[in-house]
Design a protein around this ligand. Sequence first.
Ligand code: C2E
Ligand code: CA
Ligand code: CA
Length: 390
Amino acid sequence: MLERLTVGDFLYREGDTNDCAYVIAEGNVILFRDEDGTRRIIERRGSGSIVGEVSVLRGLPRAVSVQAETNCIVFRISAEQIAARFADLDPLMTACIETTIGFIESMNSSDKASAIEPKQPTNLEVLIDRLQLEADLEEGLKRNEFHMNYQPIYDLARERIAGFEALMRWMHPALGFVRPDHFIAVAEEMGSISKLTNFAVSNACAALADFRRKSGSDGLFMSINMTARDLMREDFIGFLCNQIDLNALEPCDVKLEITESALVSSTSIVEFNLNQLSRLGFGISVDDFGTGYSNLGHLHLLPLTALKVDRVFANGAHKSKINLSIVRMLISLAKELGVDVIAEGLENRNDVDALKNLGCRYFQGYHFYKPMPFEETLANLLAAENPAAE
Ligand code: C2E
Ligand code: CA
Ligand code: CA
């Protein structure tokens, strides 16, 4: 909420209780303390600065008074808004902020003994675990601890494997199997996702070329998961095209999967690159569709080729009227958009039948195949292509 102050107005006074901080949009304010009747100026803050944040984060009364030095416009931020963002912060940033605030408090404290008391960040264990995982990710890449699994995507109309989704696996030497959604999110935040994506792209393209050569099926495709961060990389399209050429594939043999939630918050660079990839002929699938609250009006502006119905709707659809209605709606939306539908997470025949009756053609789930290492996927592909040889 915007507030206007004229010269001399007080934003708040020392000792006031508080429930908000302020971002200064325009003008300057003076921070001061009253010391035995004398005003001691502590600092001047201008546009772009924030005031009142320390007492909000600490839940303490205002430590200083703040007065407008010029006409000002300030933006009020509630304690709840700050608390919600603080709770979502990366643990390293939480430790930086808590340590800095502790330092400011020590400098302002008359009790100098407390200034040399070491202060512990509140989430020390979380922070150390997280930093260790980040270091292990980098090391793991060098030590070949990652590999790709492939999960076949089944075409029910033609009763054969249509393609695969490449899914990354990390066997950590001490922790064992680490869930990919966990380490991918960490890698995305710390910036090393590009190395993992390059690893996925080069392995998945080579695997597709092998699957095609060894099975003689040249219509098979490979789906590879992308994050929004990958689609912001300047070198990404070049890298991808290079891998396609190296393996004698065409762009249309590869589908890039991006989650609906990543698309919702995507930047114009991401959309620009998606359009570029689409012009080159790559498939573009919206992953986990139905969970990301996308603006449907915006969806048809994106160069999509498939929607992947999330398993929360597909799995159990035959038992739940609501899920079945949602899937029906998603399938008709896909038809309107002129894109394929792939149902994810199918674990039983009843759900497959229910979705088939709604017009769904492509299926991915344990009912058909689990994600498997390369050799096992190849064996299953060969068995499916040539059942008599079994
Ligand atoms: P996702 O892209 O939605 O992948 C599908 C997930 O559903 C996979 O989990 C797969 O193993 C699981 N799944 C498939 N069929 C069934 C089923 O019938 N029942 C159940 N319960 N699950 C099924 P996974 O392999 O654990 O991957 C989790 C997520 O991690 C992926 O979700 C994807 O978001 C991310 N991920 C995995 N590999 C990569 C990668 O190489 N790059 C990126 N950026 N993300 C990846
Ligand atoms: Ca996916
Ligand atoms: Ca998915």
